[in-house]
Design a protein around this ligand. Structure first.
Ligand code: NAD
Length: 269
């Protein structure tokens, strides 16, 4: 089985990555292949897994990910840095088991007459404005829904619902749902201006289009990436036809992960 390692630059991560590489070289069943891997092991935190996802985006349907965390518990990282041998044993016993999660499709049209862009996010995409109020039309299935005024909008996947979306009071969605959520960032609501004021969640056969009044001065993100600075005509969000796959050697129940990460104290503690 062809295995790649994608590590951050931390000293613990580098140490773990070297140990892994040596064990892969010693294995009869595993080959190190950074160009055309079947398994990508991310070593670091959620941010490292996000970077690995975007690095291998062109072959995303052929890859299964495994996350080792070298810092505090992450959402996409099931293995600890001291479990390298157990992970290698699991890789050698691999029988193709996987779990997959929905991704966000982002189609961007620009006002400069240049080519449009299509991107895929694992966590979310945000459209924000820092100098002044962001004013946009929000359409659902090409029908006008509302005029949004505020700091910005966050459009997230179910696995991304525990990230930025949670900080702006979006709901946490189990990744068993194929859904996309739109959450507001500091919307202006008064007698003159009105937005829905609640997060909305759309199913696979619907899409959301955001059309900023001002094509300039917007900040568009896709996970940790800043999308290039071109005047935006519209952004259409929907559930991607692609999914992310994780090798499922062990399974932390989603709600257990949420409880461990955000609540921490348990009944028996
Ligand atoms: P990072 O690696 O420092 O990540 C920031 C934090 O988000 C970390 O604590 C990480 O564990 C956590 N995180 C990432 N994905 C998560 C997920 N799916 N569920 C729960 N927690 C998650 O920074 P980065 O590499 O720039 O990561 C980019 C991500 O940071 C973005 O996708 C966004 O979700 C998040 N972010 C959050 C805020 C906020 O909450 N106000 C602001 C900016 C970015």
């Amino acid at each position: 089985m062809r295995v790649a390692i994608y590590s951050n630059d931390g000293s613990t991560s580098n140490k773990v990555a070297s140990q892994l590489k040596a064990k892969i070289k010693d294995s009869d069943k595993l080959n190190y292949d950074g160009l055309n891997p079947e398994i990508v092991i991310s070593v670091g935190g959620d941010g490292t897994l996000l970077s690995a996802f975007h690095h291998y985006i062109d072959s995303i349907n052929k890859i299964r990910f495994v996350g080792i965390h070298t810092g505090h518990l992450g959402f996409y990282t099931d293995w600890r840095d001291y479990e390298v041998q157990q992970l290698v044993d699991s890789l050698e016993d691999d029988n193709g088991q996987s779990v997959s999660y929905p991704l966000l499709s982002i189609d961007i049209k620009y006002k400069d007459g240049g080519p449009s862009d299509s991107m895929v996010a694992l966590n979310e995409s945000t459209l924000k404005r820092v100098n002044g109020t962001m004013v946009t039309d929000v359409n659902i299935k090409d029908e006008f829904f509302e005029k949004f005024r505020g700091d910005g909008l966050c459009v997230s996947t179910p696995t991304g619902s525990t990230a930025y979306n949670k900080s702006v009071s979006g709901a946490i969605i189990s990744p068993q749902f194929n859904a996309v959520q739109v959450s507001e960032m500091a919307s202006i609501n008064n007698r003159v201006f009105r937005t829905l004021g609640s997060p909305i969640i759309i199913p696979p056969n619907e899409w959301i289009t955001i059309i900023p009044d001002d094509p300039y001065h917007n900040i568009l993100t896709c996970d940790q990436l800043l999308v290039k600075n071109r005047p935006i005509e519209s952004i259409t969000y929907s559930i991607s036809n692609d999914r992310i796959y994780f090798a499922q050697y062990r399974h932390t129940h989603f709600w257990k992960r949420v409880s461990n990460s955000f609540i921490g104290v348990h009944k028996d503690d």
